[in-house]
Design a protein around this ligand. Structure first.
Ligand SMILES: NC(=O)c1ccc[n+]([C@@H]2O[C@H](COP(=O)([O-])OP(=O)(O)OC[C@H]3O[C@@H](n4cnc5c(N)ncnc54)[C@H](OP(=O)(O)O)[C@@H]3O)[C@@H](O)[C@H]2O)c1
Length: 258
């Protein structure tokens, strides 16, 4: 049997724009009430109002920097105060950084680790015990298609290796909690047309090779609507001409031996 989603509560991080906003809309379209987080409260509040009006669900915007433990604790408290329980967590907030490793600013390393890895794991830790008590819950982690490349894409090795760690953590968590009714799903999107990729050098020279968020929305809808005793562990949604297999980024991405 599928979990009844209407009236359930989801936290979505990084939901003011891009993939997170698209996924917040997907959840809202299933009748799920939302607590959405991002640092910039202005755009987040606009998004909340837009989604509430369009999908007729309750949406609470909470300013939250996922690198800060106190902000994560406040996000969870605000969600519980408003809705009582958190049934779904869509961990999505993320930043990118494209550098040859030897040139990567040292402060970038910490920012990437705290945002793209620790922010996810800490937030899961803060909601997991309530999900275990409830006997059900769904956690969806936005990983990255770059984790499918071996070796990892050049100039993205810190970003990508943290996402590899996140994917490994997610699968381990599912196995550890599988008799507790908790689903944990990693989504691996290909290169998607958002602000994040817009900032990458040269990547926007041929935007026809970037995906829209549609396939990721479908993947998350699928993950949330499979029967309760089923868990899609990992879903990769890769564009056929992903820049990593045929680079638009202007450096060689050939595999060894070619
Ligand atoms: N776009 C792609 O090609 C692609 C591919 C694979 C995976 N991904 C992953 O998908 C996720 C979303 O990416 P996107 O392309 O949608 O990025 P985006 O358009 O840049 O949006 C990022 C969102 O995260 C929020 N955010 C950033 N840092 C934050 C922080 N410290 N605390 C709280 N919120 C924060 C931003 O809002 P504020 O700036 O206001 O905080 C915004 O809402 C990321 O995890 C990314 O790694 C993206």
């Amino acid at each position: 049997m599928t979990m009844e989603l209407k009236g359930k509560t989801a936290i979505v991080t990084g939901a003011s724009r891009g993939i997170g906003k698209a996924l917040a809309c997907t959840a809202a379209s299933l009748g799920i009430n939302l607590v959405i987080g991002a640092r910039g409260i202005g755009p987040l509040t606009e998004t909340a109002n837009e989604i509430a009006k369009k999908y007729n669900v309750q949406v609470l915007p909470v300013a939250c920097d996922v690198t800060k433990l106190a902000d994560l604790e406040n996000l969870v408290k605000a969600a519980k105060d408003k809705f009582g329980s958190i049934n779904i967590l869509i961990n999505n907030a993320g930043v990118s950084s494209q550098y040859p490793f030897q040139e990567q600013p040292l402060e970038d390393l910490e920012k990437l680790a705290y945002t793209n890895y620790l922010g996810y794991v800490r937030l899961i830790r803060l909601v997991i015990n309530d999900m275990i008590k409830d006997g059900h819950g769904a956690i969806i982690n936005m990983v990255s298609g770059s984790t499918l490349c071996d070796p990892l894409p050049r100039n993205f090795i810190v970003y990508s290796s943290l996402k590899v760690g996140l994917k490994a953590f997610s699968k381990g968590l599912f196995w550890e909690l599988r008799d507790k009714g908790i689903k944990v799903t990693s989504i691996m999107p290909g290169v998607t047309d958002t602000d994040l990729t817009g900032k990458l050098q040269e990547i926007s020279t041929d935007t026809s090779r970037l995906m829209s968020t549609e396939a990721i929305e479908n993947a998350v809808r699928f993950a949330l609507t499979v029967p309760q005793n089923v868990c899609p562990l990992e879903i990769s949604v890769i564009n056929q001409q992903t820049p990593w297999t045929k680079p638009v980024i202007p450096f060689k991405q050939d595999h060894p031996g070619k």
